[in-house]
Design a protein around this ligand. Structure first.
Ligand code: SF4
Length: 347
């Protein structure tokens, strides 16, 4: 059994935050060792000539030895993806070497998530002080020529904060300051996928009548970011519209690819990076079962969610768990997975 590429991401240290929108889930943090990382690489190595190993799938660079981890994962990998435009603002305000290091790797933009004012942002991040850390990080990023990119998740409970965010962008002069370092300022808003922690916010999910509450300036920036022409192309269709489409759709899906990405939690349970790492996506345990068994489970769709996705038509699932009257907005793929998760949970 050989794959064109395997990417194995080990959740060695977790994340300092407990975001209410987190699709990865706010599971307990681990404290794994370099030997654990090497074990993961050794396990998957026989099954591909193109292995990539990562020390995280949640917060970037959260651990104190982030530089060493970057070096070791480079050594363990045949392919090393450049550093994502995702960073740890927790680390940025605690470690003077961090942002210069990001700059030395060629990072030119860094994404930061704001939910509204200080109280609202701290509430959604699940940690007091997060908002102030983000503001300080923006200043540090500019010092090293990195452009902040702002992302906002919108719900009924924070959509009224959008004028505050627009005002913050103007007060901080982000468009001009990004232009001064040769970058275009980027902002985008969306509701995220209704999975992981975010699924718990279904009751306050945005509906079609909320569109009028979004300031034009933020819509324009969002459309530019996604390369779309209408905000509904970003926020999707109503659940009612999707329900009516999907009740006529008897298709099933196989998610197996020749270049899988696997998430490995701190207890060495393995999940395909397709959806939230959760029990119904689990392919087995790397320590007790080994990579060969896990890869066979993956290829043969043995996780509960893969099996359901492959064998149960989407219309059967949506009739059982969809809401034909709901005006909540979803992307089609996200909605199908939201329904799949409800179906799996009810088995
Ligand atoms: S969204 Fe990111 S920062 Fe927030 S809890 Fe999840 S992994 Fe951590």
């Amino acid at each position: 059994m050989k794959f064109e590429k395997i990417t194995a991401c080990l959740d060695m240290y977790g994340c300092p935050n407990r975001c209410k929108h987190c699709w990865l889930g706010t599971t307990p943090n681990g404290n794994l060792s370099i030997d654990d990382l090497k074990f993961v690489a050794e396990q998957f190595r026989p099954f591909t000539d193109n292995l990539e190993v990562s020390d995280r799938y949640r917060e970037e660079d959260y651990s104190y030895n982030y530089k060493e981890l970057w070096r070791i994962t480079t050594e363990l990998s045949d392919t090393k993806t450049p550093h994502f435009e995702l960073i740890s603002y927790w680390r940025a305000v605690r470690d003077d070497e961090y942002v210069p290091w990001l700059s030395s790797l060629g990072v030119k933009a860094a994404q930061l998530t704001i939910f509204g004012d200080e109280a609202t942002t701290d509430y959604f991040v699940g940690r007091k002080g997060a908002f102030q850390e983000i503001l300080r990080t923006i200043e540090i990023l500019f010092q090293y020529g990195i452009a902040p990119r702002i992302q906002t998740f919108i719900y009924k409970t924070n959509i009224a904060q959008l004028p505050y965010i627009q005002n913050l962008i103007e007060t901080l002069n982000l468009e001009k300051r990004c232009a001064d370092i040769g970058r275009e300022f980027e902002f985008f808003l969306h509701q995220g996928s209704c999975s992981g922690e975010n699924e718990k916010l279904y009751d306050v999910w945005i509906t079609s009548d909320d569109m009028d509450k979004i300031p034009h300036k933020l819509i324009d920036l969002t459309l530019k970011h996604f390369g779309k022409s209408h905000i509904r192309d970003v926020l999707g269709d109503t659940e009612k519209e999707l329900y009516n489409q999907l009740v006529l759709d008897s298709s099933t899906e196989n998610i197996v690819t020749n270049k899988p990405v696997f998430y490995i939690d701190k207890d060495f349970n393995v999940y395909p990076n397709y959806e939230t790492p959760s029990s119904f996506w689990c392919l087995g345990n790397l320590k007790t079962q080994g990579a060969e068994k896990i890869l066979r489970n993956y290829v043969n769709n043995k996780s509960i969610a893969q099996n359901v996705k492959l064998t149960v038509p989407i219309n059967k699932m949506v009739i059982k768990h969809g809401n034909p009257e709901s005006m909540r907005l979803f992307g089609k793929r996200d909605y199908k997975n939201y329904i799949l998760h409800k179906y799996c949970r009810a088995l």
